[in-house]
Write a new protein. Structure first.
Length: 190
């Protein structure tokens, strides 16, 4: 009798264990989803916008004394505000649901139509909307300062410009998204 009870108990335990190992077709399987990190750029994301100096896409300035420092002062005093405005569509969002786009700022200096120098800044993140950018966002003054060569080696007065026409193109290049920002042109006459 003892053997029968032990044998019956073993059969029941074995049957119970097998039942636990069988997949239950009535149970809902957990759904595994991959979540894209916030910083993954989407291919369909795009931007559209423009930059303006003093509310114009092209501005001509006559610099009386031919000194780049005077132009820097005019920018700092608010005489030539630089507006940067863009909209974003399908752009990556941060944890606060704000859209963010990386931009490279490029400044190109031309003298009498010939490219002299160009500077590209490291990418910076921006929220969509309208912003006033300081002149230091671009390399306008430093490029003009070195337009006649290195003043530290050639003995020239730093920032003093030879007579002529200096054209400066300011560009904001969006990274990881399509679209463009309309560039702005600044023409400085000496």
């Amino acid at each position: 009798m003892k053997k029968t009870i032990v044998l019956t108990a073993m059969i029941l335990v074995s049957a119970f264990a097998k039942a636990q190992l069988k997949p239950n077709t009535n149970m809902v399987k957990p759904r595994i989803e991959t979540v894209k990190p916030v910083n993954v750029l989407q291919k369909k994301a795009s931007v559209n916008g423009k930059m303006l100096i003093k509310n114009k896409s092209s501005l001509e300035i006559k610099l009386k004394n031919g000194n780049a420092v005077d132009l820097f002062k005019d920018f700092k005093m608010g005489k030539y505000p630089i507006n940067f405005n863009f909209e974003g569509f399908g752009i990556p969002r941060d944890e606060q649901e704000r859209g963010i786009v990386l931009f490279e700022f490029v400044t190109e200096l031309y003298r009498n139509g010939k490219l002299i120098r160009s500077v590209k800044r490291q990418p910076m993140p921006f929220f969509p909307g309208e912003m006033l950018e300081p002149v230091e966002t671009f390399d306008i003054i430093s490029l003009l300062t070195y337009a006649q060569g290195d003043p530290l080696t050639n003995g020239a007065y730093p920032g003093k410009l030879d007579k002529g026409k200096y054209s400066i193109k300011l560009k904001a290049i969006p990274l990881g998204v399509s679209g463009e920002i309309q560039e702005v042109n600044l023409i400085v006459w000496i």
